[in-house]
Design a protein around this ligand. Sequence first.
Ligand SMILES: [Cu+2]
Length: 312
Amino acid sequence: MRIRGVILSSVAGLGLIGLSLALTAARRGERVMRVDFDKVVRATSPAYDARLAPAAAASIKEFRIPIKDATLEIAKGVTYQGWTFGGTVPGPVIHIRVGDLVRVTVVNNSPMPHSIDFHAARIPPNIAYRMIMPKDSVQFEFIARDAGAFMVHCGTPPITMHLMQGMPGATSRVGVLLPAQPDWSAEQAKNASQVVFNGRAFQYKENTLKVDVGDRVRLFVVNAGPNFESDFHIVGAIFDRVYPDGNPDHALEDVQTYHVPAGGGAVFETVFSKEASGEGLYPFVTHSFADAEKGAVGIIQVGSPKNAHMEH
Ligand SMILES: [Cu+2]
């Protein structure tokens, strides 16, 4: 039985960190992996690539993250000028293992000050998360001590504005964006015009996430907020495991819906076994349906169902 890893992220400038549930804490030599997110850019067309590749074996992982402006599409035909990590919303997905030494370099190639905040790190934020002026950079390192699905985001005030402009880096929903540009007053009133998985409304309804009958599917859901909870649910399935925070020590069993707080993460697992949730189409939603109707709905396609369309 294969395990499929899927990441889902919320809103604007956010990055997600998936810390593998496999707690292989032992150091695996001192091999170094380097990734420059100026060169490694996740596909966003026809939909943001939701697959999570296995974490590399190297125990030292170095990441270069550029901050840059980009034109982004939050719903069909609705674009805005966003602020991003690595040019996409959500930003890069950083997959590391507990015990890894993680080195981060953030380079600000945009015309305004930004910063970065790694929820996965235990680190003095006044140093690591300081303001990065245009053309400046910041470097810090930390040991990954906690398993989970973590948010990465810009922490420059006003933080909600930086989040709605596209500066989260990881998993689950909520775009508080109006046509053309984010609307500050609507955001302050918590009045979202779009609520999205991985940056664009309804993208996984049109481009379903495909798995095989018998697959165990693992979803890393991080809620970028900025201001909403996400009530994650798959129609026609039960999560046999939910890991609040993504921590294997927090496991819950047989759950229908589980909420992910703004700035939080969780890992969800279900099996599409032949005997139960077999071949078919399974919508995943935030069960706060006003948000689902604004874009936070996608479809997991199991096998090759004959009537491959949903009535709702
Ligand atoms: Cu920012």
